[in-house]
Each structure stands twice: as structure tokens, then as C-alpha cells.
Design a protein around this ligand. Structure first.
Ligand code: PLP
Length: 351
């Protein structure tokens, strides 16, 4: 059979084998240890529920997946694969946790960090010379810059660098970086893939068997193992990923089009696709904070990718990049009715 579509993979992948009386869903198996002689042995190495989630995520991104206890757990595992002192190229406003951790590792002399703008293909190509790893997000969080992924990946490979793409914002429904030549895909499974703001999980996905093995060894040694309950919830949430993304993207497209001519909005940052956007509001940080406090249908909270629409002023976090404007509000579009989301946001903007 030819490869299935993502809409079908999210529904069908990671199920127990098709035998009479087999459950349709992989059960939660709460065990840390397994009888000797099989492939599992100990839950930091492998466990039934996380293996099912890995099978599903691997099918979805087109590679071999390793699941971690959070997106940052996966990110740290990927950073741990960089040789001592090697060059890492990363965007100026990557996700805050990633950016802060990369700066820490640079300060310790562990890596040689080179900062670029994600949408500057020439700068990326130059910075990749002699580097070990190009770390990309596209769109970036929260400036919504787009990287030219095929160009950046080609340039990095020509320079001998490996490419990691954090695909959390785009989701594998809208973008599959391994198909574009990337070596590793990172996910905060906490976000759209699980989709209900009720767990923390992360994943690394690669087509390279040796690299996949190294990712799994990092999980074992760093201890960032996922819980069976969270893996079960993530699988359950993933079943509706395609329709959630479709609906949330429709909300984002319609509302961003209306925000473009809103008198209280200086700038809409939306690439035209996806479920995330940012707006720079008129009146600076205080005005942006007031908008976040006034919403009733939207929720003022951090994170993204859930069924519920969330918003926050990103610079309220002290470690957020100073390239992010004080007046920027990040919008995570959920699946509510567009008319209600618009009315609430419009009223909050107008005060
Ligand atoms: C783009 C991106 N990557 C990685 C992470 C980290 O994931 P987690 O919060 O699951 O550790 C986040 C979290 O917000 C994110 O937005």
C-alpha cells in the first residue's frame, strides 16, 4: 500500500496489532520494569504505551521517533549530541527555553553558538561553515519568521552541518521537514499534537537509524522518560490533530485578515498558514497587558496548540528575547466559533 495521508495516519497509527479481542487503543501500562528476555526490560528504555506513541509520531513525520518527558527534555537530548565546543547555528528568537539553554551552553564553553535571523538564508549559510548543527524553527516563536527550509538545509549540508527543525508550530499536518532533507525533527508534543493542554511530552524524529539510537540512549541516560498516562493522552489527542489544525487554521486566517485593519493593531505577524500568529498592539506593554486581562472567550495563559484559544504578551517573561517587541501578543488559535473569538478579541482591543 502506498504511504497513507497524515489525516489517516493520525487516526490509524500506534494501535495494538489486529488480533481478535485486541483493544482498539493501546492501554496505559503502568510498569517501570518488565520480565527479562524481551526488548523492553525497563521503562526508561522502552514501554508499551510510549512505543505506541513513538510508532504514531514516526509514521506522522516519516521517521523513527523517540519520546521524551517534555519538549525541553527532547531539546536537551539533541543538544547533548553536539560534540564538545562544536558550532551550533540558531535563530535569534527561538523558543525561550531553547534560546536560554543554548546561551547557557555557550557561556560554559560547551558549544560555540552562532545567532542568525531565521529568514536570512545567506546569513544561515555563512554561519553554518564549520558548524555541527543548524537549529531551526519555522515559523519562529513568537516572531513568526519563516525560514526557507530547503535552502537552509541544502546550505547546512554543504557546510557539513546537521539540521534540526522544531516543527511544533507547523505540526506534521502542514509541514514535514524530514521530507525536505532535515536530519532531526523536534516536537513539543505538549502542544498541538496532544492538543488539550493536559500533559507535557516531547519527541525527536529522524530517518537515520544510528541517530535514532543515539536519541534513545540520551533519553535513557538523561532520564527524560515519558509517563504511560501522558503517552496514552497524547495518542488520544493526536487522533483529532488533522481536523483541529484545519479548524484552528481557518480561525487564524479569518481573524488575522480582520486584525490587519484593526485600529488598535500596529502589525499582524501571520505567514498566511498555521494556527499561530502574533500582533503588535498600539500603546505598548501596558495596552497589551490590558487586552490579555480583558478577554473572556480567549484565555490569558502561556502555551499553545490546544483546543482552546490562548493569548499572552510574550515579553512578560523576563528571559524572552529582546528582539520581541514589548507590545507583542502571541495568539494560539483554538477550535471555537470564529464569530465568538473575533467579538471577544475586538472588544478586548477596543477596551
Ligand atoms: C516551539 C517550541 N519548542 C519547544 C518547546 C518546549 O516544549 P515543552 O514545554 O513541552 O518542554 C516549546 C514550549 O513552549 C515551544 O513552543
Amino acid at each position: 500500500m502506498s504511504e497513507l495521508s497524515p489525516e489517516t495516519i493520525v487516526v490509524s497509527a500506534g494501535r495494538p496489532s489486529a488480533e481478535p479481542d485486541a483493544p482498539l487503543n493501546m492501554p496505559i501500562v503502568p510498569a517501570s520494569s518488565f520480565r527479562a528476555g524481551g526488548p523492553m526490560e525497563y521503562a526508561r528504555e522502552a514501554a508499551p504505551t510510549s512505543l505506541a506513541l513513538e510508532e504514531a509520531l514516526g509514521a506522522l513525520e516519516g521517521g523513527l521517533a523517540t519520546v521524551f518527558s517534555s519538549g525541553m527534555g527532547a531539546a536537551n537530548a539533541a543538544m547533548d549530541l553536539v560534540p564538545m565546543g562544536a558550532g551550533v547555528v540558531a535563530p535569534s528568537a527561538a523558543y525561550t527555553g531553547v534560546a536560554v539553554r543554548l546561551r547557557e551552553l555557550h557561556a560554559l564553553g560547551r558549544i560555540d553558538l552562532r545567532i542568525v535571523e531565521a529568514d536570512d538564508a545567506a546569513a544561515i549559510a555563512a554561519a553554518c561553515q564549520g558548524a555541527h548543527l543548524l537549529w531551526l524553527e519555522s515559523p519562529t516563536n513568537p516572531l513568526m519568521q519563516l525560514a526557507d527550509l530547503p535552502a537552509a538545509i541544502t546550505a547546512a549540508h554543504a557546510a557539513g552541518a546537521r539540521v534540526l527543525v522544531d516543527n511544533t508550530f507547523a505540526t506534521p499536518i502542514l509541514q514535514r521537514p524530514l521530507d525536505l532533507g532535515a536530519d532531526i525533527v523536534l516536537h513539543s508534543v505538549t502542544k498541538a499534537i496532544s492538543g488539550h493542554s493536559d500533559l507535557l511530552l516531547g519527541a525527536l524524529v529522524t530517518r537515520d537509524e544510528d541517530l535514532a539510537h543515539q536519541c534513545q540512549v540520551r533519553r535513557v541516560l538523561l532520564g527524560a522518560a515519558p509517563s504511560a498516562f501522558d503517552c496514552f493522552l497524547a495518542l488520544r489527542g493526536m487522533r483529532t490533530l488533522a481536523i483541529r489544525v484545519e479548524r484552528a487554521q481557518r480561525n487564524a486566517q479569518a481573524i488575522c485578515a480582520r486584525l490587519a485593519s484593526h485600529p488598535q493593531v500596529d502589525r499582524v505577524r501571520y505567514p498566511g498558514w498555521g494556527t499561530m500568529a502574533s500582533i503588535d498592539v498600539v500603546g505598548g506593554a501596558a495596552a497589551a497587558d490590558a487586552v490579555c486581562e480583558r478577554v473572556r472567550v480567549w484565555t490569558y495563559a502561556t502555551s499553545l496548540g490546544g483546543v482552546e484559544s490562548l493569548l499572552e504578551r510574550r515579553r512578560r517573561w523576563p528571559l524572552e528575547s529582546t528582539t520581541v517587541p514589548e507590545s507583542l501578543i502571541r495568539l494560539s488559535f483554538g477550535i471555537e466559533a470564529e464569530i465568538d473569538l473575533w467579538a471577544d478579541l475586538d472588544a478586548a482591543l477596543r477596551g
